[in-house]
Unconditional design. Structure first.
Length: 456
């Protein structure tokens, strides 16, 4: 049996969404009250605009292990995990112990501590970059990587992938899911600011190319010969679902960048330690010139890091590039990062995550086949998602074919049945080392119920 998306009656989908939205709101009345109160003093009622998602934000009370509880008392298996931060799970005993011990001895000095070099050495082993500096977020990490690349090469232009999100600083807040009527042709995309407040002069220095398209990248680098400081790439795109690189694509990007005197930057803020011990660098066997990290390396605390080749990072030693931050290498964060990297995210932990991914992917593919649905699943260790399209997505322009109502309906089904997903249409999950087979099968059971309701 095979069911096309068109064969599922739109009125039926709209009916299910309306039913699930009603159920959602009825079980989250306290969240709605808090949201209304917050909107009086916080724009959109949330501290980050990503958190303001339909039908309303969910205010969380606490988390433990693989679970979180909201302020209305609803319990969830957490597949959101703080947009990919909580790979260790919530309140992991080793992380709690490390933070508590460090907090009792002082939380901030703006002076180096012993853990700084220990964490840097661990990252060097995992990502094959000899030199590291710390930041406090993914945005700061990619900002510093761009500055390092410009300072090292003496060039101003950067090349990024269309629809990749690299944080909210001006240089990279460009063509993040650009509108179809503004993005231009595939072989020469137009750079589009994502937000007001970004100077056009900054936008003009950021050139956009599609993912998985080496010919366009090559022509772009040739067009801006001797102008490009770096090409920055998410090795696996993760803000339009999960988009895998073609075989040989990442190595090809590195070769083209180097042919034109530009650096290759891997933004591993999301892939980082979530898809393998050494992230995408290890998984795909391609080492860039600079790598940016954040999210999962800090065990739940604000963190970030940028690592790179010795000659590139020497621009900091030589006072050619400034890399600063009062909270860089904060002792509380470093204590959490040290225990996370050396005692929690062990090879055994990755074996566990791979086993969970296999169970989850297999269960979902079985249900997709049983109901003849034109969807597919990608799962890579802790990260994964359902793509509501029959064919593999290779870049943003493929993704524009996907109707976001399917992911929204799935999100409602999961939340209403005890699985918290990240808000938005991207349908992207993060597991933790504290998740169990029972946890992932709950997601499969919820998906099975939705599939049955769609095709009955």
């Amino acid at each position: 049996m095979s069911t096309s998306l068109e064969a599922i009656a739109p009125p039926r989908v709209a009916e299910l969404i309306a039913e699930e939205e009603t159920r959602f709101r009825e079980k989250r009345r306290r969240s709605h009250e808090l949201w209304e109160e917050a909107r009086r003093v916080i724009p959109r009622g949330v501290p980050s605009s990503f958190q303001d998602a339909a039908p309303q934000p969910v205010f969380v009370d606490y988390g433990k292990g693989s679970r979180v509880w909201d302020v209305d008392g609803n319990e969830y298996v957490d597949f959101h995990n703080g947009f990919g931060v909580m790979l260790v799970g919530h309140a992991h005993p080793l992380v709690v112990e490390a933070i508590s011990t460090r907090a009792a001895r002082g939380t901030h000095f703006a002076q180096p501590v012993e853990d700084d070099a220990l964490v840097a050495a661990e990252l060097a082993k995992r990502f094959h970059q000899p030199q590291w500096r710390f930041t406090n977020s993914g945005t700061e990490s990619t900002l510093d990587a761009i500055r390092l690349a410009r300072g090292f090469t003496g060039r101003d232009r950067i090349v990024k992938i269309e629809a990749s999100y690299h944080g909210h600083h001006d240089a990279l807040f460009v063509s993040v899911e650009p509108p179809a009527d503004r993005m231009g042709p595939e072989d020469a995309p137009i750079s589009v600011p994502y937000s007001g407040g970004i100077p056009q002069a900054v936008v003009d220095l950021t050139t956009v190319v599609p993912f998985n398209n080496l010919p366009v990248l090559g022509r772009t680098l040739e067009r801006y010969r001797d102008q490009v400081a770096c090409v920055i790439v998410e090795p696996v795109m993760m803000n339009i679902g999960i988009v895998m690189p073609d075989d040989g694509y990442l190595a090809g990007v590195r070769e083209l960048a180097h042919q034109h005197g530009a650096l290759l930057v891997f933004d591993e803020v999301k892939t980082g330690v979530t898809i393998g011990w050494g992230g995408a660098t290890e998984r795909f066997g391609v080492t860039p010139d600079l790598v940016t990290l954040a999210k999962a390396i800090g065990g739940g605390l604000p963190c970030g890091a940028v690592g790179g080749r010795a000659d590139v990072m020497a621009t900091i030693d030589d006072h050619r590039v400034a890399q600063l931050g009062t909270f860089n290498g904060n002792p509380l964060t470093m204590a959490a990062a040290r225990v996370t990297l050396t005692r929690v995210l062990t090879p055994q932990a990755y074996s566990h995550l791979e086993a969970l991914a296999e169970t989850l992917e297999g269960g979902l593919q079985t249900e997709i086949a049983r109901h003849g649905l034109p969807f597919h699943v990608i799962a890579i260790a802790a990260r994964g998602g359902v793509t509501y399209w029959p064919e593999r997505i290779r870049h943003y322009r493929d993704y524009l074919q996907v109707d976001k109502k399917w992911a929204y309906l799935s999100w409602l089904y999961q939340c209403n049945r005890g699985v918290m997903m990240a808000p938005g249409a991207e349908e992207n999950w993060t597991l933790s080392v504290q998740h169990t087979e029972e946890d992932v099968l709950r997601y499969v059971d919820n998906f099975k119920e939705m599939a049955r309701d769609l095709t009955r």
